[in-house]
Design a protein around this ligand. Structure first.
Ligand SMILES: [Zn+2]
Length: 68
């Protein structure tokens, strides 16, 4: 069994006062950002991710080991 490093981000990590428990896990930071943009559009009515939030998101991304 191997272990892979994944990037993980939860909506609550970025906005603790939000009620959204959505979690993202992806292999690269770029993929996380893409999924964040998609989720923001679908669930938070955000047409795009503002620069200050993108910085928050990047700071909140954790690297977690996942067994594959
Ligand atoms: Zn959310």
């Amino acid at each position: 069994m191997a272990t892979k490093q994944y990037k993980q981000l939860g909506c609550l990590d970025v906005d603790p006062s939000g009620q959204c428990a959505f979690q993202i896990r992806a292999e690269t930071e770029d993929e996380v950002m893409r999924l964040v943009a998609e989720h923001g559009k679908a669930c938070h009515k955000m047409a795009s991710i503002p620069a200050d939030m993108a910085a928050k998101v990047k700071a909140a991304i954790k690297t977690v080991p996942v067994s594959v």
